[in-house]
Design a protein around this ligand. Sequence first.
Ligand code: ATP
Ligand code: MG
Length: 472
Amino acid sequence: MIKSLFQKFKKVAQPKTIKLGRADHIISRKNISPNALKVLQRLNQAGFEAYLVGGGVRDLLLELSPKDFDIATSATPNEIKRLFSNCRLIGRRFRLAHILFGREVIEVATFRANHQSDNAENQHSKTSATGMLVRDNVYGTVEEDAFRRDFTINALYYCSKDFTLTDFTGGLADLKNRQLKLIGDPESRYTEDPVRILRAIRLSTKLNLNIESKTAKPIVKMAHMLTHVSSARLWEEMNKLFLSGYASTIWKNLLTYKVANELFPQTTKALKYDSYDSKTSNIRTTNNNHSVESSSPQDFSDFIYEALASTDKRIYQDLPVTPAFLFAVLLWKPLLDSISFHINKGLKPYVAYQKASTQVLNDQLALVSIPKRFSSVIREIWDLQSKLINQKPRQIYSVLSHPRFRAAYDFLCLRAGKDKQLSQLANWWTQIQLQDSQGQETMIGYLTRQSTKSNQRRRNYKGKQNKRRFTK
Ligand code: ATP
Ligand code: MG
């Protein structure tokens, strides 16, 4: 009886369903991808219910251009597959269909329903020991589907048959008030899927919305649950966060909500490193080029923000970006600190670098699985730093033609910051790129003469020392 009373109360507390006709909303078919409209039409013609939902509807209502179009339908994944020859079924935890139109992918999901707690483990639904939903394939009605979605503003359903817009969860009012609100009890919804924490941070930043107080409150306390999410899924989410065009504000929010501590513990540790040992921090040696600068936590923080801001700018300008570059940045001071640690233990700089880079990358990989093709780029960016600093005339052309030269050079420019010595080096590499082949040869020739002179000086010095040693 208590249960049914509770359910009754819950029903009363639910917002009233709102259905708007064509004249009462701004969604127009001309702003919807023709492929998404085709999919909706075919599903409808086959007798299934089908709606545009999620980010597509939300962004159109905010007068933004949607990144992609998601569809929700009463057809099961197999029924969808039978209707579309260009369909691929994906996902185990959350089975859905991708309909492929060249490079455009229309995501079609079957209406989800709530999970009954007494039936929490069966072939359609499964919960982990921490309460996380590891399988979410219980199908239901459109209204049930709305309550399984994450935020109210993501649960608005557009019907291309009669052009109506249906809101079951209060999303329209939240959009109007520019607030991001989780559907249902925030703690249970984060427990079911901690990735919703990352989605809250990403969407609120990208859309400039306030996270509603009840939705925001548990984040700090529950951020640790993100470590239970598969490292592969976290990698996908990291890409969405950092390549959204709003990475620098997102990073600030990841720090504020203590999410960064969970996903980048080495980075946040290095950011707080204010009791830096002056003996080890000033390792401005010529042979240990991986730890050229003694970056303070503040310098490191500036370095990160500059890298993120430059990535945001590149995205805005439609220039290519790689998440490897940002990971190389986020792990840079942890790498320098680890090199110092190993050098202090008596390792040679190069061996210390090898050991430190493997260790720092592996520790990060345990949390976020960086695919090999990206982790190798991180290492190449780091490896090239010593070649950019320790300019060897004979290696200049091979450095310039290295596939990762551009990224490593950008990395050096960011590292240079206020550092005069590094800025001079970065300038040299800027200049050589601007020269024609004759100009490049002149610059390299000058470098050769300089290095011959300094070698000569070194030899003379050694000679004098030896002479002294022998004459004493
Ligand atoms: P965008 O595509 O602009 O990044 P989006 O909200 O469309 O934002 P998608 O990942 O495409 O994000 O998801 C589509 C929809 O699926 C969401 O709008 C939401 O309704 C639902 N959804 C996505 N992830 C979750 C989740 N973790 N829990 C519940 N619902 C989700
Ligand atoms: Mg989407």
